[in-house]
Write a protein that binds this ligand. Structure first.
Ligand code: KG4
Ligand code: ZN
Length: 359
């Protein structure tokens, strides 16, 4: 008989609940987004996020159960994100999960949000350990070798902004709507990626660390120069700025992926697998860049469907199943943690991303 886990996720600006079975079936995956609540502020407001989670967690859980045609008593265990993320939201989720666990007597597992993202390719594509993954979103950017459900090796990550954050900020300064990534990508389609030569930060340094904050500053400088020159931006200026900006991010991620793949293959030549997760993986230019680097290096590239790339609770339910299988009870003690690197052996990354400290 398959076992079923309830997953709960509230570490950022999505309140999510899902039910997943240990034979890799997603019975339900509910995501209640808070975009409208934060829109007027130009970013996620932690206090508003925490209150909205507290209000919406029971709604999300009830609807995940209903969609799966299950009751709480049919669940075998509860997995909850206990960090890293915006602390108020994480506490909301952990308290809800604790209450459910005490009330039902079901086991409770505390999960690292990043482990949820990193283990998703096993839920969607059943890929074996080890593999290389790039987590790339508004809150994360890191290359990880995934050896086991509880063993990760970080090869590098952003030292400041996450790429999604850079897209969002750039859209804002160009007067484009949020979330910025899709808006910049759409504008870039009719733009000239060679008109502005934006910097490729950290390419001249060895290793797999990345940096994106200087890119936004460079874009603001070009925008201001155009405004001073002509008194405003034409549609073509905007398109060219977006295309040039997207080209810079694509170049940086592709080159760092090339390096990460080389390091990974040197130690794991028998499993040439590279996966990507996170909202920025939706970008066609970036995805094409990563695909090219993979095929040039004989590596199989995979990307989960977008709904499972972005924040969701199915990945948390699944990560709980993976930990349970190896006899792990997850985070102990089960407390909310704002910071929680997956790889303790590596020095902490300097950056945090707009959506809270991530590692
Ligand atoms: O994974 P996600 O839903 O949430 C977290 O940040 O955790 O990722 C959202 C981010 C936003 O910054 C958004 O602008 C970016 O992913 N994004 C994109 C695209 N679609 C979403 N960035 C570039 N191109 C896109 N097509
Ligand atoms: Zn995430």
């Amino acid at each position: 008989m398959a076992r079923h886990f309830l997953g709960i996720e509230s570490s950022c600006d999505d309140t999510a609940a899902a039910i997943v079975s240990d034979d890799r079936r997603i019975l339900s995956s509910v995501v209640v987004d808070q975009a409208a609540l934060h829109e007027a502020f130009g970013g996620v407001v932690p206090e508003i996020a925490a209150r909205a989670h507290a209000e919406k967690l029971d709604v999300a859980i009830e609807s995940a159960l209903r969609q799966a045609d299950m009751a709480l008593r049919d669940i075998d265990a509860i997995s909850v994100t206990s960090g890293p993320g915006l602390i108020g939201g994480v506490i909301s989720g952990v308290m809800m999960a604790r209450g459910l666990a005490v009330g039902t007597g079901k086991p409770l597992i505390g999960l690292n949000h990043l482990a949820g993202h990193a283990l998703t390719p096993r839920l969607t594509d059943d890929i074996p350990f080890p593999y290389l993954i790039l987590l790339v979103s508004g809150g994360h950017c890191q290359f990880l070798i995934v050896h086991a459900p509880d063993r990760f090796h970080r090869l590098g990550g952003t030292i400041d902004d996450a790429p999604g954050e850079a897209f969002d900020k750039s859209a804002r300064v160009l007067g484009l709507p949020q979330p910025g990534g899709p808006a910049v990508e759409a504008a870039a389609q009719s733009g000239d990626p060679t008109r502005f030569r934006f910097p490729r930060p950290l390419l001249n340094r060895p290793g797999c660390d990345l940096s994106f904050s200087g890119l936004k500053t460079a874009l603001v400088r070009e925008r201001d120069a155009l405004m001073a020159d002509k008194g405003g931006l034409t549609e073509q200026d905007r398109a060219d700025l977006c295309a040039s900006f997207q080209a810079a991010i694509t170049d940086v991620l592709s080159e760092k992926a090339r390096r990460a793949i080389a390091v990974y293959l040197a130690g794991n030549p028998r499993n040439p697998a590279f996966a990507v997760a996170g909202g920025v993986a939706a970008n066609r230019s970036i995805r094409a860049g990563l695909e090219t680097v993979s095929s040039e290096n004989g590596v199989v590239f995979s990307a989960p469907p977008l709904a499972l790339c972005t924040d969701n609770a199915a990945m948390i339910a699944w990560a709980g199943i993976e930990l349970d299988r190896i006899g792990s009870k997850g985070a102990e003690p089960l407390v909310a943690r704002p910071r929680w690197p997956l790889d303790d052996a590596q020095p902490a990354l300097l950056g945090s991303g707009k959506k809270g400290a991530k590692a």
